[in-house]
Design a protein around this ligand. Structure first.
Ligand code: HEC
Ligand code: HEC
Length: 242
């Protein structure tokens, strides 16, 4: 049996860690192309690769970039990006305009992100997902402190590289250190909602624990950013890039 077919068999037994062990064994004579099963796993947007998939990248900077690109599967996912728009939220896996049209809100008790005074987010979104079982709306999503991310933290319409630099910049990320960014990604309740979004919408790839590990490894390897990368789709016209 060839090494390739072994890798395919192992992966089809849903044992990714072993598949990477097979690659490790090949490390002496690197193949020109990763095995088909490994390529498929790199392109799979529904799972996250284990950290062992990155330890084989010897160059620290390249490893850091690869880790952020993996985290990008989550960051670009509609569960996160729908709440990180330029101005108004998007809905659903197809990132459509929010119905009804709602405003970010800037004033008074409804401070930025919690909706306009007449129509705060909390008039519909509560602290948990509420199943309504309709044809169009299966669940009204909910989590504690439901709100839009501030405009300086918008991800829609930006490349993964630009989002990376923005996330690292305390002037735009809400004054957070990298350690606080990790804590937020690994434990924040709105971030956690993305893996428990209620019936009718897809959860973010992998698990939040895996995502937290990837962000930690990215920071530990120097928090390097991709140059450009794929642009996160947007449901609204995009303001000039920063
Ligand atoms: C009048 C009720 C109402 C108001 C007010 C409202 N929403 Fe919604 N929102 C909904 C409903 C219902 C859905 C689910 C729609 C669906 O599943 O197709 C939804 C979905 C969403 C989603 C999509 C989640 C996902 O990834 O699919 C986001 C994000 C969102 N709302 C944010 C907000 C924010 C932020 C505010 C305040 C600025 C707000 N909403 C105000 C009713 C409302
Ligand atoms: C319901 C809306 C909502 C969802 C869903 C959401 N966020 Fe956010 N996000 C926010 C708000 C509000 C803030 C700002 C308040 C804060 O820092 O706690 C924020 C801030 C952040 C920050 C702070 C730094 C920065 O520059 O953005 C990060 C990182 C972040 N979110 C990551 C994520 C990730 C990753 C996901 C998906 C797994 C996600 N968020 C899903 C609303 C949301």
């Amino acid at each position: 049996m060839t090494k390739l077919s072994i890798a395919v068999l192992v992966a089809s037994a849903a044992c990714a860690a072993l598949a990477f062990a097979v690659l490790d064994a090949d490390a002496q004579a690197p193949p020109a192309q990763p095995a088909a099963a490994v390529l498929a796993e790199m392109q799979d947007r529904t799972t996250l690769r284990p950290l062992t998939a990155f330890t084989t990248i010897a160059d620290r900077n390249a490893r850091s970039v690869a880790l952020f690109e993996e985290a990008g599967k989550v960051i670009a996912h509609p569960r996160c990006a729908n709440c990180h728009p330029v101005s108004s939220p998007a809905q659903g896996d197809d990132r459509k305009v929010h119905m009804p049209a709602v405003q970010r809100g800037v004033l008074g008790e409804h401070k930025e992100g919690k909706g306009a005074v007449g129509l705060p987010c909390a008039s519909c979104h509560t602290a948990k997902n509420v199943w309504v079982g309709g044809t169009n709306i299966v669940t009204i999503p909910g989590a504690p402190k439901w709100a839009l991310a501030p405009a300086s933290q918008a991800w829609q319409g930006k490349s993964l590289g630009d989002i990376c630099r923005q996330i690292k910049d305390p002037a735009r990320n809400g004054g957070k250190t990298l350690a606080q960014i990790h804590e937020h990604m690994a434990a924040d309740v709105l971030v956690a909602w993305a893996w428990n979004p209620g019936a009718g919408r897809t959860a973010a790839p992998g698990t939040q624990a895996q995502f937290g590990e990837i962000i930690k490894a990215w920071i530990d390897s120097g928090a390097a950013c991709p140059t450009g990368g794929p642009v996160v789709p947007s449901h609204e016209p995009i303001a000039a890039a920063d």
